[in-house]
Design a binder for this molecule. Sequence first.
Ligand code: CDP
Length: 221
Amino acid sequence: MKTFAIAIDGPSASGKSTVAKIVAEKLNFLYVDTGAMYRAFTYACIINNIDPKNETEAIKLIGKINISFNKENHITLNNIDVSKEIRMNDVADNVSYIASYKDIRIELVRLQRGIANDRNVVMDGRDIGSHVLPNADVKIFQIAEANERARRRYKENLEKGINSSFDSILENVKKRDYIDSHREFSPLVAAKDCITIDTTYMSIEDVVNEILKICKSKGIE
Ligand code: CDP
């Protein structure tokens, strides 16, 4: 049976996950948050006293930890729901190092392809259209100016009760953009055949509707 895949890529805090979740709900597709998987790996390093900047040590966890999604679609580490823990500042500060290690990417991409193999998905990340699912039916590259992205993340953190300053978020967003775009293996790039949506001045609803329109034009509704 033919399955459909919608890839939504873009830089940090561009609102991909908010939009991807709604699009998935509307289409009755599974939402897959690949960033949560890199965050869970980072969290695993932290609780195992491994410095995420130490590639040799970090990659030793491959095969020793289990990262997946439970029935509620929450990220789990060794079957424990870590969806709250992976949003900690400590994880945000270190995740781009973990995401730059080739062996870790190969392992997590293998899991991501497995999830998309036999079901309809909306998958968000940095390299979904360019690398993970190159045959995705719809490829979106969602961008927004850095200040606006930091504002959105600041608001989101406040709502989640995470304490952080606007300036430190802006700095983190810019730092991750840089590392994600400059890493050697599978960097953050717009896929050749993607549609770029600049969401700086758009509401969530506008972005969702725009993506649903694109999906419809490809026969997905
Ligand atoms: O939501 P936010 O923009 O903060 O980031 P995320 O989607 O949770 O991803 C966290 C980090 O994981 C990113 O900054 C990337 O370093 C990495 N990542 C990646 O390299 N490839 C992906 N497909 C998804 C995330």
